[in-house]
Ligand binder design. Structure first.
Ligand SMILES: Cc1cc2nc3c(=O)[nH]c(=O)nc-3n(C[C@H](O)[C@H](O)[C@H](O)COP(=O)(O)OP(=O)(O)OC[C@H]3O[C@@H](n4cnc5c(N)ncnc54)[C@H](O)[C@@H]3O)c2cc1C
Ligand code: SF4
Ligand code: SF4
Length: 459
């Protein structure tokens, strides 16, 4: 999908080549351009372990009235995007309707604008805020002159003499029933929108026609193979899954992380070890103190709002599907954006035995996130803090062992990591420590874990 569905104007091919090269440089045996039609056949070849990373390649179809008659101009979004990538398709009609509210819909509409679509509309069943697309993807589509029409549910494709003429929509709205909000038709007259082409981007599914169902692998009610969430092992012990194939469509970061975890399992499995007996990540903390007011990290706080990545002007960007839209930060803007970093890898670390409860840290903290108080039940304690801790998903940091029997409570949610508490503390009870996490790679015993990377073989 990285190469075939994500449009070039968002992810240039040179970037994909560079990433793939990091692996190809190790010269693995590859069989590109080969389709696997049977897992039984693969297993019969006697591999010690098999990793399935076949993605979620099926775009959902609406199957509405009129679809068969006007099929030539109604396309499944992810199939259409791959045809564009393979350069089988290089144009589309002037008036395009994209159905769906996710990121694939945003890629479809923006690609259409580059392939000749002049009047491109995204039509979504739900409201704007409920759309699955990321806010910045919606913003980028709108920036390219693409309107998003909400609360319209496609009902029928209209056609004349075998040619698509438009889409008929039912008007939808939120209705409250039994305390629950549901989307339902409002009863208002249907809306007809004329168009030359329709792209359906209404969902993505897994598809495993090549895995025989009598092979001994359990499939769940969604027809997904049952895969262990930690080991990525299926119930055929030497078959592992990862990426979109494991638990449905997600994103590239997830797919890469799954690959790492499955590699750990495959390594253990091939050594005849228990795949569940995995090493936890290595964790270490290091003080960043350099002097009384000096830290090994930049603790200045910037109040700037997020800087937007500059974009190529739409008139230029829309000329070619391969022109990368995001120009990236120049050094100055990159510096300013980096200054907004909250240094979340640098933590406040508290030592109760060193604390003399002078309250100097409480006074200096610009966010009021430190409180010395009597301990209590969590809900009540959250309300009692100097600044009540409202974000319930963020655990409180509570430390006992103080001489007065009170506890030190810190709300990490609002901490700026500015280090002022540690600078002011007369006894060094607060320290700012950098946190390191070493994910244990495949083939590593604890004593081998180190931050030093192996050098990359020369190309
Ligand atoms: C339009 C679109 C835009 C996206 N944009 C982003 C984005 O901006 N950022 C992001 O992080 N993610 C994005 N994603 C999601 C991302 O592409 C996927 O999550 C990711 O590619 C999953 O990686 P994967 O290796 O699991 O599967 P895939 O990338 O789908 O790779 C599966 C591979 O298996 C091959 N294959 C499938 N079946 C067989 C078979 N039977 N035999 C042999 N080979 C087979 C396929 O040809 C393919 O090469 C997007 C997805 C779509 C559809
Ligand atoms: S690091 Fe700054 S914001 Fe965080 S607790 Fe200390 S003084 Fe407060
Ligand atoms: S400044 Fe230091 S000694 Fe004083 S209350 Fe805070 S942690 Fe304790």
């Amino acid at each position: 999908m990285i190469r075939t569905q994500i449009p070039r104007f968002r992810l240039p091919e040179s970037v994909i080549d560079e990433e793939v090269d990091y692996i190809l440089r190790y010269e693995p045996v590859t069989h590109f351009g080969k389709r696997v039609d049977s897992l039984k056949e693969v297993l019969a070849q006697g591999w010690d372990a098999v990793f399935v990373g076949t993605g979620a390649p099926r775009g959902r179809d609406l199957g509405l009235p009129g679809q068969k008659e006007a099929a030539a101009n109604i396309h499944i979004g992810i199939d259409w995007l791959s045809s564009v990538s393979f350069e089988h398709i290089d144009k589309i009609g002037k008036r395009v309707i994209v159905l769906g509210g996710g990121n694939t819909a945003m890629d479809c509409c923006r690609t259409s604008r580059r392939l000749g679509g002049e009047d491109v509309k995204v039509v979504v069943r739900s409201g704007f805020d409920e759309m699955k697309a990321s806010p910045w993807e919606k913003e980028d589509a709108q920036h390219e002159g693409i309107p998003i029409l909400n609360f319209l549910n496609p009902k029928e494709f209209t056609h004349k003499n075998g040619k698509l003429t438009g889409v008929l929509f039912t008007k939808m709205g939120w209705v409250e029933k039994g305390g629950k909000k549901r989307l339902e038709p409002t009863g208002e007259p249907d809306v007809h929108i004329e168009c030359d082409d329709v792209l359906m981007a209404v969902g993505q599914e897994n598809s495993f026609p090549w895995i025989e169902r009598d092979i001994g692998m359990t499939f769940d009610k969604w027809d997904m193979p049952v895969v262990d969430e930690v080991t990525f092992q299926s119930d055929i012990p030497n078959v592992f899954f990862g990426g979109d194939a494991a638990f449905g469509p997600k994103n590239i970061i997830w797919a890469v992380a799954h690959g790492h975890d499955a590699a750990v399992s495959i390594d253990l499995f091939c050594q005849g070890k228990d795949v569940k007996d995995r090493l936890p990540p290595g964790v270490s903390m290091m003080s960043t103190k350099m002097g009384i007011h000096e830290w090994a990290y930049d603790n200045d706080i910037s109040l700037d709002l997020r800087y937007k990545v500059p974009l190529v002007e739409p008139e230029v960007a829309l000329r070619n599907v391969k022109i990368e839209v995001e120009k990236g930060f120049d050094p100055l803007l990159g510096y300013k954006e980096a200054q907004r970093c909250l240094n979340c890898d640098v933590q406040t670390v508290f030592s109760a035995p060193a604390c003399i409860e002078c309250d100097a840290c409480v006074d200096i903290c610009p966010m009021d996130c430190i409180t010395f108080t009597e301990n209590g039940e969590e809900t009540e304690l959250r309300d009692r803090l100097n600044a009540p801790a409202k974000t319930l998903t963020q655990d409180l940091y509570v430390q006992d062992g103080l001489k007065t029997g009170r506890v030190m409570v810190k709300d990490e949610d609002v901490c700026l990591h500015c280090g002022l508490c540690a600078e002011r503390c007369p006894t060094g009870a607060w320290d700012m420590q950098q946190f390191f996490l070493d994910i244990t790679p495949a083939g590593c015993a604890p004593k081998h874990v180190s931050r030093k990377r192996e050098p990359m073989p020369a190309k």
